[in-house]
Design a protein around this ligand. Structure first.
Ligand code: M6R
Length: 611
């Protein structure tokens, strides 16, 4: 949540910061602001709403876009204080000589604020972040790095901060505890950011700060230290995403682009990981020997939102393919309900961003309880990837749209590979493994076939987009696909949508059905289809329009449903993937029809980095 970008070098600073903010906008879009140190002062601009509004205000300031030197900028997802211009970052000390941008939450800010106010400090905003600017100002004696380091241990909570001072032009100080900061290394220039996406047009060489790190960054040098002022060394990582990967190209929205990227992103997840000879999967990042794998007695999957839904699909895989009892935890609950973690429990945290606060907390709890932890993440070098110690990357490329699409499908594929590997350690035969391995290799093609039906799905979406309530129903491993379909629809179209196990309808929800309440029924031709057929009849008997997802050519479903989205025939294990893609398209076209901000739905941000 919230995005930070900073630049130090010779180029005009505002255009670089504004471009960076636009690339970060998926992290929050309540307000935006920037501060540039130039000619011994800090010039700044802020605006409520999208970065574009702030850009327009900056363009209207004569000469602002030509200022060169160093600067910091921020796009905000409001936590403390309403979305307003005063609450937009950067925040300043009283004489406007120090500016700070902050991601995270300062939990003890009220105590700190009271102490500062008692000493005569005047606050401009209602945010927790502003205390940082006043505290650094109070500690400042000509050395911004030292002043920042001096106050950090008074801050409870989490922070990723970037600080500039008009007294030290050409210098950005950054610090991290619980909220990511990445340094981008350039030629005669350096950048800082809260994630790598705004750095891609400038450099591929990055340093990920660790918690407790603080750094002084000039155009020529990065001086990296611990808060105790001891120099530290961090590896320079190379980002292999190209800049185009984080751009929309010819697509109307990032979400559509990312939906259409799935044949490739899934192929990337599979590449080099299928062992046809042994009918198994190769997941080196798990770093577990066959003996260790054989000793796993229970699996706990933890995640939030779509990542948790992927985990629910995984639960079916691990129990059915590997015969290992599996439970899926909402990451937000994991540490509070004191889960039972026995010595041979494998905990799998799943997170696209690797920065979701609750999933990070789950990882820490699992590590602390002595579990074997192996993460599934997309963002390389993210907190979860690093703290879990072992895991696999999705290689899906940057996912910019707030609604997760390609990360979800790759997570499901990764869980299927994982289950295959564990299954082959146990009861899954080589021949069954070979069949499943072949099915897994087919997934990109199955998804391509669904994408080819986008125009038909668009028509269906337009027909039903005016309804305000939807149910999604499924059974078996299509039940989590129903949950995911409902989440996708509600988050981007603002339609109230609920996912249910099809059998649950009769336990209450069915009372809501009428002709204005469509039901999306996942009626693929896999075990359990006959039961779903019965559930479709029950919905129709209550006059609810039924949109069915069905296996291509299934006449029975075609005759029964009001609209049918066809998916190619495939096994039950693979079925959630083409189905999820069909539902992503349904949600996308519905949101477009309703004129919604598809990539940046109201009230949301891409990474939920606070509890
Ligand atoms: O980065 P993560 O996978 O940890 O994010 C988890 C959820 O915040 C995320 O999946 C969210 O539910 C998406 N907006 C769903 O489309």
């Amino acid at each position: 949540m919230c995005g930070i970008i900073g630049y130090v070098g010779k180029k005009c600073t505002a255009p670089i910061l504004i471009d960076g903010l636009k690339r970060l906008e998926y992290r929050g879009y309540d307000s935006a602001g920037l501060a540039i140190v130039s000619d011994g002062r800090i010039a700044s601009e802020k605006a409520v709403g999208k970065v574009k509004r702030m850009e327009d205000a900056a363009l209207a300031q004569p000469g602002f876009m030509k200022l060169c030197g160093c600067g910091i900028a921020h796009t905000r997802w409001a936590t403390h204080g309403a979305p307003s211009e005063v609450n937009a970052h950067p925040h300043f000390n009283m004489d406007h000589t120090i500016a700070v941008v902050h991601n995270g939450i300062i939990e003890n800010y009220q105590d700190l604020r009271r102490r500062l106010e008692a000493k005569g400090c005047k606050f401009a905003s209602q945010t927790d972040s502003e205390v940082i600017a006043h505290m650094i100002s109070e500690a400042y004696q000509g050395d911004l790095l030292a002043a920042t380091a001096a106050i950090l241990d008074q801050l409870n909570g989490t922070y990723g901060i970037a600080v500039v001072s008009s007294a030290q032009p050409g210098l950005i100080v950054v610090a991290r505890k619980g909220s990511p900061i990445v340094i981008g290394l350039g030629e005669g220039e350096n950048l800082v950011a809260s994630d790598v996406s705004p750095l891609l047009p400038h450099t591929r060489q990055v340093i990920y700060l660790e918690d407790g790190d603080i750094a002084a960054i000039t155009a020529e040098k990065v001086d990296l230290r611990s808060v105790k002022n001891v120099p530290v060394e961090r590896e320079v990582a190379k980002i292999d995403w190209d800049a185009g990967a984080a751009e929309k190209g010819n697509f109307a929205h990032f979400m559509l682009k990312e939906i259409f990227e799935q044949p490739e992103s899934i192929a990337n997840a599979i590449r080099g990981r299928v062992d046809h000879e042994l009918g198994s999967a190769i997941l080196n990042g798990m770093n577990l020997s066959p003996r260790e794998l054989a000793q796993i007695t229970h699996i706990v999957i933890a995640g939030c939102g779509s990542s948790m839904h992927a985990g629910l699909v995984g639960e079916y895989y691990f129990e059915d393919i590997a015969g290992i009892s599996t439970s899926v935890e909402q990451a937000a609950e994991f540490r509070y309900r004191n889960p039972i973690i026995e010595p041979n429990t494998l905990v799998i945290p799943i997170s696209q961003s690797g920065e979701t606060a609750d999933t990070i907390a789950a990882v820490r709890e699992a590590v602390q309880k002595g579990a074997i932890v192996t993460a599934i993440c997309n963002v390389v070098g993210s907190t979860i990837a690093r703290e879990a110690g072992r895991g696999v990357y999705l290689h899906a490329g940057p996912e910019i749209s707030v609604a997760s699409t390609k990360a979800f499908s790759s997570q499901v594929v990764m869980l299927l590979l994982f289950a295959l590997r564990l299954g082959r350690n146990r009861r899954f035969s080589r021949s069954d493994g070979m069949l499943l391995a072949n099915e897994i290799e087919r997934i990109p093609e199955l998804v391509r076939e669904v994408l080819a039906q986008a125009p038909q799905i668009e028509k269906i979406a337009k027909r039903y987009a005016h309804n305000e309530n939807f149910f999604f129903i499924g059974r078996g491993c299509l039940y989590p696909a129903a949950l995911e379909g409902a989440l996708k629809l509600k988050e981007i179209s603002y339609i109230h949508a609920e996912g249910y196990h099809a059998a649950e309808l009769k336990h209450g929800p069915i009372s809501l059905l009428d002709e204005h309440h469509p039901v999306v029924a996942l009626a693929n031709d896999i075990p359990g289809k006959d039961k779903i057929i019965g559930n479709i009849q029950e919905c129709r008997a209550r006059r609810a329009p039924v949109i069915a997802v069905a296996t291509r050519g299934d006449k029975q479903v075609l005759e029964m449903a009001d609209a049918v989205i066809e998916v190619p025939p495939c096994s039950r294990f693979v079925a959630p993937l083409p189905t999820a893609v069909a539902l992503q398209l349904l949600a996308y076209y519905t949101a477009v029809e309703r004129g919604c901000e598809v990539d940046q739905p109201r009230n949301l941000a891409k990474s939920v980095t606070v509890e």
